[in-house]
Every structure is written in structure tokens, then in C-alpha cells.
Design a protein around this ligand. Structure first.
Ligand code: PRP
Ligand code: URA
Ligand code: MG
Length: 210
């Protein structure tokens, strides 16, 4: 499907296995989120704009390059927070604009609770960071906000998506690019991804109520 990129790599397969495992504790879960976010960001940034430059090494002049896009990382609270630092490590010049969205437990519809995008000029490329793309409602809401802001280009980076979710995003915003480690086949009655990994926010932040 155009616009949806499932990144296949043995390291992604391995770290995803740890992430899915129900016995994985929060600290190790966060580590796996970081590793997968790095691998996904590497793939999702292959077409970033850059210009050739020169750089002086201790020995001689060499060819270099600099990034030309103004890049915004857009983590979706809460679970997207765990993907910020690894992507910021790769793109230290990026801006970070948080969006607060949670799924209503009864309806699974996204509820907006934080949005402070500035009124001025938007970023050229926005990377939406959220480990889970289930119904696609949160990703669609985030993309709607970003396109209204005026971003030139938006890419959604999710560790696990459902087929229904990526279809929903593609139908709403065919111009958006979606990068995922794995597209899982279905959603259950509570709109959780199957097999998925459970609730990414709760597993990241150790907030599962027993
Ligand atoms: O595709 P959707 O059906 O919209 O579901 C995906 C959303 O659900 C999760 O967030 P959640 O609402 O659990 O909030 P949290 O990150 O605060 O735990 C996840 O991090 C996404 O934001
Ligand atoms: O499976 C799911 C669906 C929504 N949010 C999650 O964290 N997991
Ligand atoms: Mg959320």
C-alpha cells in the first residue's frame, strides 16, 4: 500500500519480540521502545532534504552535508514520549511539539487535551511519534492538527499498527507516510491491537492497575 512502510529487519524483529513479551518489565520495555524508534527513524528519514558542504578534517578538506528541512518531532502523550530522545539523538536540531491525546475507554475515540503548536511558520517535516496505531483515530487527529498548522510533510512513526488503523489513516490523509515495525492483523472488542503488546503507555510508565 503506498504511504505505508513496514520496515523488515532482524534487529527490529528481535526488539519487537521483547516489546511484545508480557513478562517484559517497564525498564526493559522502554529500552526496546528506544531501540525500535532509532531503527524506524533511520528508515523514515532517508529522504530528508540535505545540501552538500565542505568540512575540514585534521588532515584535509572533505565533502560533508547539512540538513535543510526544519524538522518537528511530534510525540503523542503519553506513550509517544519514549520515542523522543532516541529520535532527537539522531536529529539534534529538531524541534519537539507535544500533542496530548488519549482514547476514551468506552468509545475508543481520541480526546484532545494538549496542543500548543505556535501560530507562526510551521515546520517543513513533522515526525509523529506514537508506538501504537490501533483504530488510527489518534493518528488522524494528530495529522489533522499538523496539516491545519500547515506542515509541508508529515510522517507517522509507530512501532505496531493494525491493518484497520493504517487503512483509516491512508483513507483520511493519502499524502501522509506511515512507518511501522509491524502491521498486526486485527483489533479486539476493546479496540486493542491483536496480538499487539497491550497498553504501551501503561507498560512504559508502570501504571498498570493490578
Ligand atoms: O489508534 P488509536 O485507536 O487512536 O489508538 C492508539 C492510541 O492509544 C494509545 O494511547 P492511549 O489513549 O492509551 O493514551 P496513553 O498514551 O496516555 O496511554 C496509543 O499510544 C495511541 O495514542
Ligand atoms: O493495542 C493498543 C491500542 C491502543 N493503545 C495501546 O497502547 N495499545
Ligand atoms: Mg495516546
Amino acid at each position: 500500500m503506498p504511504g505505508v512502510h513496514e520496515v523488515v529487519h532482524p534487529l527490529i524483529g528481535r526488539h519487537l519480540t521483547v516489546l511484545r513479551n508480557e513478562t517484559t518489565r517497564p525498564a526493559e520495555f522502554r529500552g526496546s521502545v528506544r531501540r525500535l524508534a532509532t531503527l524506524l527513524a533511520y528508515e523514515a528519514t532517508k529522504d530528508l532534504g540535505s545540501l552538500p558542504t565542505k568540512v575540514k578534517t585534521p588532515v584535509a578538506m572533505a565533502e560533508g552535508c547539512e540538513l535543510t528541512d526544519r524538522i518537528g518531532l511530534v510525540p503523542i502523550l503519553r506513550a509517544g514520549l519514549g520515542m523522543v530522545d532516541p529520535v532527537l539523538d539522531l536529529i539534534p536540531s529538531a524541534e519537539v511539539w507535544h500533542l496530548g491525546l488519549y482514547r476514551d475507554e468506552e468509545t475508543a475515540q481520541p480526546v484532545r487535551y494538549y496542543d500548543k503548536l505556535p501560530p507562526g511558520k510551521p515546520v517543513d517535516t513533522a515526525l509523529v511519534l506514537d508506538p501504537m496505531l490501533a483504530t488510527g483515530g489518534s493518528a488522524v487527529a494528530a495529522l489533522q492538527t499538523l496539516y491545519e498548522w500547515g506542515v509541508g510533510r508529515a510522517k507517522v512513526l509507530s512501532l505496531i499498527a493494525s491493518q484497520e488503523g493504517v487503512d483509516t489513516v491512508a483513507a483520511a490523509f493519502p499524502q501522509a507516510q506511515v512507518y511501522v515495525c509491524k502491521v498486526d492483523p486485527e483489533l479486539n472488542d476493546q479496540k486493542f491491537i491483536v496480538p499487539g503488546l497491550g497498553d504501551a503507555g501503561d507498560r512504559s510508565f508502570n501504571t498498570i492497575i493490578h
